[in-house]
Write a protein that binds this ligand. Structure first.
Ligand SMILES: [Ca+2]
Length: 304
């Protein structure tokens, strides 16, 4: 495109933005997003070079506030999804949380090829349900190893890369929604968005599937529901929602367990809900349906 063409395209874009009454916000890294683009989940992406031919794409998640926790009472969750009520009280109180800074979130769970490129190992190899496949979600790593992946990738790329906090994870999963799932309340639609019990374990495909084959949420993130559980940075605390900060909460108080989110190919819709908190794994727990995705800090101080 010549200079005049570029200018015309720019002007047209500007006019379109003005025409729909958008405001423009800058999120660092020279990435600018309109409100409309944010709402559409098209705010911006970065791609990291992991070496060995592997790359990782991340989507910009804008700063903002949301209601963290379940809109359903524990009793309603237990009745609708068939579980024990006391198991879901940790999703309350539902409360407003502010994510004060935008960040980038991996659009996919970390894959086997990405893990191999960064870590040089294959923790799933020879293990139950450890089906090999470059695009399959990596599994069988514990929390410490997931963090080591982040540390090594930070070193390699010069960026601050970490596991998301529970709040960042749920905010990104919801992508502006307050429903049971990122696509609404109806569990019968879960198969369009997720690998879970009914289309994986039940059908004999009892393993972590290739990422990105199902529909993404409104912010362009895939497999937030299902496929592999995703390690979060926080220690688990049942009462953290009542005690935690309202801005950028992160439970750094040591307990016996970590929190993982989103359910997996093994699990029912009950455990794949946006508000669901898995609370039964220690930092050194590893299993065939446990994986993670990473977040990268945005903004001027995002370098290590
Ligand atoms: Ca997942």
């Amino acid at each position: 495109m010549n200079g005049l063409g570029s200018m015309s395209a720019c002007c047209l874009g500007l006019l379109l933005l003005i025409g729909v009454g958008c405001t423009s916000e800058t999120f660092g890294e020279g990435v600018t997003a309109t409100k409309a683009a944010r709402d559409a989940g098209a705010a911006g992406h970065i791609t990291l070079d992991l070496g060995a031919g592997a790359t990782m794409k991340l989507a910009l998640v804008p700063a903002g506030s949301f209601l963290m926790g379940s809109k359903l009472s524990a009793a309603e969750v237990a009745r609708i999804f068939k579980g024990k009520e006391e198991r879901f009280t940790d999703e309350h109180p539902r409360h407003e949380v502010t994510i004060s800074r935008s960040f980038y979130m991996g659009i996919h769970e970390v894959t086997q090829a990405q893990w191999r490129a960064v870590m040089g190992t294959e923790p799933w190899k020879g293990k139950i349900s450890g089906k090999p496949g470059d695009s399959n979600a990596a599994s069988w790593m514990d929390w410490h190893e997931a963090n080591e992946f982040c540390r090594k990738l930070s070193e390699k790329t010069g960026r601050k890369i970490a596991l998301p906090t529970e709040a960042q994870w749920e905010y990104a999963c919801r992508a502006g929604t307050s429903t049971v799932f990122c696509f609404g309340d109806d569990p019968s639609k879960l198969g369009d968005y997720a690998w879970y019990h009914d289309n994986s374990r039940k059908t004999g495909e009892a393993y972590a599937h290739p990422v990105g084959r199902k529909k993404p949420n409104a912010w362009g993130l895939y497999d937030m529901h299902g496929n592999v559980w995703e390690w979060c940075r926080d220690w688990y605390a049942k009462d953290f929602y009542a005690k935690g900060k309202k801005v950028d909460p992160e439970n750094a108080t040591e307990s016996k367990r970590r929190t993982v989110r989103g359910g997996s190919w093994h699990n029912s819709p009950l455990l794949s809900r946006s508000a669901g908190r898995n609370s039964w794994c220690s930092s050194d727990y590893r299993h065939y349906n446990y994986g993670f995705r990473v977040m990268v800090e945005s903004g001027p101080d995002n370098r290590r």
